[in-house]
Design a binder for this molecule. Structure first.
Ligand code: MN
Length: 229
């Protein structure tokens, strides 16, 4: 698979636990995956399956559910299909060293010809994941501000899944969809999520960040009240 030449050239598979892409996935189909990757800089790798590989973009701030929020997405090298199931730690000294967490995954459906969309610089598609659902756009921007990497924008479409109060879904729902772990759990080599108290009730999580801030302020105020008394 010549499409994976760049991917393979960057990695030493004797040292990194990442897949080499020799193995075919068990369930072929149009999959998508978003991987939280705490490398030199934290980012979210957004990947769409097309023609036997995962088209890939690095999104520094991660996806947003607010259609007014445009997220920078730098196109990166195509990845093998089985990369979508990879969660673990890329060792120190290797390309992209740091923990990788499967933040979301599911299937995607293009709403227009994706090959033409890649050429013209506008992909429109629907996601059916555990966290991300509904219509999204990837739009190529003019110019190549960072070396030879194409710069795109990831934007939520206007639909019933859009939300102006949950623009920071990556912070509200930080856990792995396959293991329930945090990026710290993975970095520290824990196989299962560490038991932790749940700071947010499901109702608060659904209502969004503003409610959470109000709750935090209130509990801080009551803490201070207790200390004062
Ligand atoms: Mn990455």
């Amino acid at each position: 698979m010549t499409r994976l030449k760049t991917y393979r050239a960057k990695r030493d598979f004797a040292r990194t636990p990442e897949p080499s892409g020799e193995k075919l996935p068990e369930e072929p189909g149009a999959s998508f995956v978003v991987q939280k990757h705490d490398a030199r800089r934290l980012h979210y790798d957004f990947r769409l399956e097309l023609d036997g590989v995962l088209l890939s973009w690095a999104v520094p701030k991660g996806p947003s559910l607010d259609p007014a929020t445009k997220r920078l997405a730098m196109r990166t090298e195509d990845h093998p299909l089985d990369y979508g199931g990879f969660e673990g730690v890329i060792p120190e000294g290797e390309y992209g060293a740091g923990p990788v967490l499967v933040w979301d995954r599911g299937s995607w459906l293009p709403e227009a010809d994706p090959h033409e969309g890649l050429r013209k610089g506008h992909l429109v598609f629907r996601l059916s994941g555990e966290k991300l659902r509904g219509r999204f756009h990837l739009v190529r921007t003019r110019g190549y501000p960072r070396g030879d990497r194409e710069s795109w924008l990831l934007i939520k479409g206007h639909d019933e899944e859009a939300s102006t109060t949950r623009e920071e879904i990556v912070e509200e729902e930080p856990l792995s969809v396959i293991s329930g772990r945090t990026i710290e759990d993975i970095a520290e080599g824990r196989k299962a999520p560490r038991r932790r108290s749940r700071p947010m009730s499901p109702r608060v999580t659904r209502r969004g960040r503003k409610v959470n801030e109000a709750v935090t302020k209130r509990s801080r105020a009551s803490e201070e009240g207790k200390r004062g008394g």
